[in-house]
Design a protein around this ligand. Structure first.
Ligand code: EPU
Length: 417
């Protein structure tokens, strides 16, 4: 199993580009199921989850070709196997995103239930509820969702909870439904909007994406297009926190500033100086790092996918921060590992109290999920001495060329087998 070895203590400085967003690329890949024609996607990040998703789509019958710049062309002329097997779904929950499009396009789908995961229970009841409301017959048997519908029917769906992939699944299904679907209490995450923009360029009629009410007028068929995936806002935020916590100065290119307000506000509160243009962000840390309390919530509020990274920042900041996690029940696994690096953190239920200490100490730690892994890398970068991170495969699911990019910024980081 691969490990990362980091020698901490160097402030990160320099310039790095941001990759395409994992959580936009995954649903957009699945959108290819909705048409017989070719969907070409650019700016797709080269990540483990993307490779897993392409493997699943190939099993379903999609023809995939990849060019030198990792531009991906997907043609779903014939779907040969309408199944997402347990082996795939258990390694990547986003595989649930084939359910809506397969059902809408082929009238049938069999998708494994994902089950719980390292960060929470993560049920998919809202995906199922929405598809049933659109007329699908759904049975759960032997751990699988068996869905059937000759023709999905547009309807009004009020989602009980804000769910990102739930909104994406239903939005994709509704593009080919008969009539108009209204999704109320829809997720407003930028990745949902990016998927909607791709679907619109394939001929879908979608209004209100990015707001809490999305209206989809079903059409008979979708067509070919070329689409550029948005930049990854969580990768952007992770690099910004790395620079702030290490007292560095960085310039991020090929990113977007308009979708990061909650994160940038917290960085400014922590003492960072930030400048930005439409597609770049610079951060300089001249001041003492101050602790920042935060509460995760659906977009546009503070993202759960940045909570672990800010826990590291708070570990070495002046003062005490209160971090409240409201999205997932079990997303503080990194706290225990950070404590092994001398961080002062008390967790009680969904709240963590972080008292800043002068230094973290390098230690051997274990990654438990994607963002927890990112937080351990950040901790290693600012700790004194050597940090060894085990189970780095979590990191490879969501951060493209992470050690290479960090090395460009002066980090002393290498991967060993
Ligand atoms: N939920 C339900 N029922 C449902 C669906 C969700 O109760 O049918 C609950 C979940 O258990 C959770 C909350 O609703 O407590 C929100 O979950 P959501 O469905 O929004 O999460 P997701 O769609 O499974 C996506 C991202 C996650 C990100 C969350 C929240 C993708 C592929 N994944 O997950 O990304 O944390 O939204 O923003 O888009 C990551 O990249 O590290 C990651 C975990």
């Amino acid at each position: 199993m691969q490990k990362l070895i980091i020698h901490g203590g160097t402030p990160l400085s320099g310039e790095v580009y941001i990759s395409g967003a994992k959580n936009a690329a995954l649903p957009i890949l699945c959108a290819s199921l909705l048409t017989r024609e070719t969907l070409r996607i650019e700016n797709v990040p080269h990540l483990k989850d993307v490779i897993t998703m392409m493997g699943l789509l190939e099993q379903i019958g999609i023809n995939i070709s990849i060019d030198k710049k990792f531009g991906i062309s997907l043609t779903a002329a014939h779907l040969s196997s309408l199944v997402a097997p347990y082996e795939m779904v258990k390694t990547m929950r986003a595989a649930i995103l084939v359910l809506g499009p397969m059902l809408a396009r082929a009238g049938k789908a069999k998708v494994s239930l994902p089950g719980g995961c390292a960060i929470g229970l993560r049920p998919v009841d809202q995906h199922i509820k929405g598809l049933r409301a659109m007329g699908a017959k759904i049975d759960i048997e032997h751990g699988y969702i068996h869905a059937k519908a000759n023709q999905l029917i547009g309807t009004h769906i009020v989602m009980d909870i804000v769910t990102v992939t739930g909104t994406e699944n239903l939005m994709m299904a509704a593009t080919l439904a008969d009539g108009t679907t209204v999704l109320e209490n829809a997720a407003r995450e930028p990745e949902v909007t990016d998927l909607a923009n791709c679907l619109v360029s394939m001929g879908a009629k979608i209004y209100g994406a990015g707001s809490g009410i999305i209206t989809i007028e079903g059409v008979k068929s979708l067509h070919s297009t070329t689409y550029q995936v948005m930049p990854d806002r969580i990768e952007t935020g992770t690099f910004l926190v790395a620079a702030a916590a290490s007292g560095g100065e960085i310039h991020l290119k090929k990113t977007r500033v308009d979708i990061l307000d909650a994160v940038l506000d917290k960085l400014v509160e922590s003492g960072a100086e930030i400048e930005s243009g439409e597609d770049w962000i610079s951060l300089k840390m001249n001041n003492a790092l101050k602790s920042v309390s935060l509460r995760t919530s659906p977009y546009p509020a503070f993202p759960t996918d940045m909570q672990a990274q800010f826990m590291v920042l708070n570990s070495v900041a002046e003062g005490t921060a209160i971090i409240t996690e409201t999205i997932f029940e079990n997303r503080f696994m990194h706290a225990q590992e950070l404590k092994r690096m001398s961080a002062c953190i008390e967790v009680e239920g969904n709240t963590a109290v972080v008292r800043g200490v002068t230094n973290l100490d390098g230690a051997s730690v274990m990654a438990t999920d994607l963002r927890a892994s990112a937080s351990l890398v950040l901790a290693g970068l600012i700790a004194q001495g050597e940090t060894i991170i085990d189970r780095v495969y979590h990191l490879d699911r969501g951060y493209e060329r992470i050690e290479e990019k960090l090395s460009w910024l002066g980090a002393k980081i290498k991967r060993i087998n």
